[in-house]
Design a protein around this ligand. Structure first.
Ligand SMILES: [Fe+2]
Ligand SMILES: [Fe+2]
Length: 264
C-alpha cells in the first residue's frame, strides 16, 4: 500500500529561530509514518521576494528531512497568481525555483498509483509553461490507472465562498479552474490534496474528492472560512493511504515549536 505524507505551508524563514526544531518534528513524523513519498504542497519559504536566498536555503532543509520527496511551489515561493495584482509570479522567481527544484509539476508512480503535482502559481498566467503543464497533465492522466493529485491553491473553496471577503483571492481563478476541473474530475483521480488555506478540510462528496492540508507551522484564521468543514486550529500533516482502489487519509496533528496564529 503506497503511503504519501503531505506537508504544506512551512513558511521557512518567517520564524527562523524555530526552523531547525521544526525539521526535527517532521523527521520524527516521517520516521513514524515511513512514507513511500513525501509531497510538499508549497509555501516552503516565507518571503523570497525580499530574500531570494530563502529558496536556495529551502533545498538543503528539505533534503535533510531524509525522505524521498517532491515539491510544488506556493505563492510565497514563486509569487501569487497574476490576477492577485500584488506579489505576483515573475520569471525571476520561476527560474530560481526551477534551478533548485523543478518547474512545479512532476509524476511518480508507486504500486499502481500515479502521484502528480501541479503548479498552481502559473495558472492564468498565459505563459507557455501553463499550456505545457496542461498538456502534460492530460497525458499523465491518460496513462494513469488511478491518481492522487497535489497542488498549492485549491480549485475552489467548497461550501464556503458565498459573500466571503477575499473569496476570489484564495482559489485558482475561474478560467483555469474551468479547464482543470473537467480533467481532474475523471473518476481515476481519487483525491485532490491542496495547501494554502492553512486549514484541515475533507470534502468527499465532490469530484474529485478534496483534502485541505493544514500548515505545519502557522495557523491562519480566514474570515468566513470556518465551521465543521474547516479547522483553522489544525497544525500538522496528512497521511494519505493509497489502498487498492481507494485513497484514504488521516490528519496527523503535530506539536510544533513556535506556533503563530494569524487572522486575515
Ligand atoms: Fe501558506
Ligand atoms: Fe499560499
Amino acid at each position: 500500500m503506497p503511503v504519501v505524507l503531505q506537508i504544506s505551508d512551512l513558511h521557512l524563514g518567517r520564524l527562523p529561530e524555530h526552523d531547525a526544531a521544526r525539521a526535527d518534528v517532521l523527521r520524527e513524523a516521517i520516521a513514524d509514518v515511513r512514507p513511500d513519498l513525501v509531497v510538499v504542497t508549497g509555501d516552503v519559504c516565507e518571503n523570497p521576494i525580499e530574500s531570494p536566498d530563502q529558496v536556495d536555503e529551502a533545498r538543503p532543509w528539505l533534503d535533510a528531512l531524509g525522505a524521498d520527496y517532491v515539491v510544488t511551489p506556493g505563492n510565497h515561493d514563486m509569487g501569487n497568481k497574476l490576477s492577485a495584482g500584488k506579489h505576483s509570479v515573475t520569471r525571476g522567481m520561476f527560474d530560481r525555483w526551477t534551478r533548485n527544484f523543478n518547474r512545479g509539476w512532476e509524476r511518480r508512480d508507486i504500486e499502481g498509483w500515479t502521484v502528480l503535482t501541479v503548479n498552481t502559481q502559473i495558472t492564468g498566467s498565459g505563459w507557455p509553461e501553463e499550456e505545457e503543464q496542461h498538456s502534460w497533465l492530460e497525458e499523465q492522466l491518460a496513462t494513469a490507472e488511478r491518481a492522487a493529485v497535489f497542488m498549492h491553491m485549491p480549485l475552489d473553496l467548497g461550501p464556503f465562498g458565498e459573500g466571503m471577503a477575499k473569496a476570489d483571492y484564495w482559489p485558482v481563478d475561474p478560467e483555469p479552474r474551468g479547464r482543470l476541473l473537467p480533467l481532474l474530475s475523471q473518476p481515476k483521480v481519487r483525491v485532490l490534496a491542496t495547501g494554502h488555506l492553512h486549514q484541515y478540510g475533507w470534502f468527499p462528496e465532490v469530484m474529485p474528492p478534496r483534502v485541505w492540508c493544514p500548515s505545519c507551522t502557522l495557523q491562519v484564521k480566514i474570515t468566513g472560512l470556518s465551521g465543521p468543514d474547516a479547522d483553522p486550529e489544525a497544525l500538522g500533516v496528512i497521511r494519505h493511504d493509497l489502498v487498492g482502489e481507494n485513497a484514504t487519509h488521516r490528519y496527523l496533528p503535530l506539536n510544533i515549536p513556535g506556533v503563530e496564529r494569524v487572522e486575515t
